[in-house]
Design a protein around this ligand. Structure first.
Ligand code: 6GU
Length: 229
């Protein structure tokens, strides 16, 4: 997969990209990730990328021209499955959406900023909009990093067996059951007896029941599509 991130603050991605799963994916040759500084696509001498809003109101608006120039350049190099704009007024990323995006070959992530972007960008250049939750961040960069992480870890071969995405919370529509490791007792706090037994069937059943009751208690919405036991 190739992901092109267009941002006013590409340096915000450095820490994220030099560690963690995306780095692993890049080293394995499963991910190509390129950052593009929007300022490089500005044509005026001040390298400005924003302007005052028509009709007034607070804050600056990201201009269409540098964004169009950047996206057009990228599109001249290859076809893209989606041009995604990160903005808090969009549908919230969920696991099914991450699963679907992980099947794409080429993605553009455009990070929103200031009071927003000229609406014509959303109308004509963007194919999809995503938020990561109902709160406001200072910019779309952290959201783009979250989306990238959620998607990249699903690319086949990025994770190894132990960390396989197939056993994630949400992936089978259930939260993960609680987990324990040695010692079996610490300060009198005990690991559930059933997990210390040799009975694999019983242990699997326990894990499933825990996953189910956890989901019912904490995120019942996830059970909407799943028939009762
Ligand atoms: Cl995508 N952008 C911003 N600025 N804030 C957010 C967000 C995105 N998602 C949640 N909050």
């Amino acid at each position: 997969m190739r992901i092109d991130i267009i941002s006013l603050f590409p340096e915000m991605f450095e820490g994220f990209l030099s560690s963690s799963i995306p780095l692993r994916a890049r080293k394995k040759g499963l991910l190509e990730l390129e950052l593009h500084n929007l300022r490089d696509y500005s044509t005026n001498k001040y390298k400005s990328v924003d302007d005052y809003p028509y009709g007034g109101g607070a804050g600056m608006v990201m201009s269409i021209e540098p964004i169009d120039r950047c996206i057009s350049f990228l599109k001249s190099q290859r076809d893209y499955d989606e041009v995604i704009f990160t903005t808090p007024d969009a549908p919230v990323l969920d696991q099914p959406a991450a699963n679907a995006l992980s099947l794409c070959r080429n993605l553009i992530l455009l990070c929103g900023h200031y009071k927003g972007v000229d609406e014509r960008v959303r109308e004509h250049l963007v194919t999809r909009e995503l938020s990561i939750g109902d709160y406001v961040l200072s910019g779309g960069e952290l959201a783009a990093a979250v989306i990238t992480d959620a998607v990249v870890r699903l690319i086949p071969g990025v994770l190894n067996d132990e960390t396989s995405a197939l056993s994630d919370s949400f992936q089978d529509g259930l939260l993960s059951p609680p987990v324990y490791t040695r010692p079996p007792e610490y300060k009198g706090w005990k690991v559930p007896e059933v997990l210390l037994s040799g009975n694999d069937k019983l242990k699997a059943e326990w894990r499933y029941q825990q996953a189910l009751s956890r989901t019912k208690e904490r995120k019942p919405r996830l059970l909407d599509g799943i028939p009762d036991e």
